[in-house]
Design a binder for this molecule. Sequence first.
Ligand SMILES: C=C(OP(=O)(O)O)C(=O)O
Ligand SMILES: [Mn+2]
Length: 267
Amino acid sequence: MKILFVGDVVGSVGIKALETYLPEIKKKVKPQLTIVNGENAAGGKGTKEPDYQKITRAGADVVTGGNHTWDKREILDFIDDPKKNILRPYNFPGKNVPGRGFIEINVNSKKVYVINMMGTALMRAIDNPFLAADELLAKLDQDAVKFVDFHAETTSEKIAFANYTVGRVSAVCGTHTHVQTNDAQVINKETAYLTDVGMTGSYDGILGDKKEPIINNFLTQRPNKFDVDEDGRMQIGFCVIEINDKTNNARSIKNYVITPNNQTFLN
Ligand SMILES: C=C(OP(=O)(O)O)C(=O)O
Ligand SMILES: [Mn+2]
């Protein structure tokens, strides 16, 4: 089985990049499952239903979330729709959290769990993702492919989480920082890992946002309003994971970017 995973879609440029490149990428990769992180789709913070529709129409089978999942209250209008494959991080505290932290889907008669988890280092103090993973994985069918979008800030927490869940999940792919790392690897010949799959949005901004406010934020140490760089050129960050359907272990993982200066994937 091949899983295609696309990093945080940021604003309208991110949606445009997805609509432009995802069909091309899927033609080349021929994935059985396509997962896209959509937590920054609505103006950089959150996901509205039209964003979800555009992301799935572009070719996503599942849309994952992160720290911005709740930023646009419109998410509450569709996050509980059982026909919508939209996830929010599993480890938000409390019993009646809207939506789902994981989804079970059937891919060519193979059971696949897509799991969305969020880190706590330099993030919100939500439930410990390591303990939440123990609790969740104990109740899932062992004979299944398990993909984790781990939305977190620090490299250490992401690498530690993957090494903690190695052998119990097929892949741990990091999101959130918007910068793709070059450490794709299969840990222990079991679990595919990438610290961050990077961002899908403006190549000409900073993490997909306009440069000035972010630079001023550091210069002045006073709050600045961040806006998505809607005029930037497009980039897309993604990775492709090959999984052995018999053992549910990963065979390989490869990370890619398509930018105005790097179109090699398309050639
Ligand atoms: C891009 C970042 O965060 P977010 O997209 O969640 O605002 C970040 O903090 O690196
Ligand atoms: Mn985030």
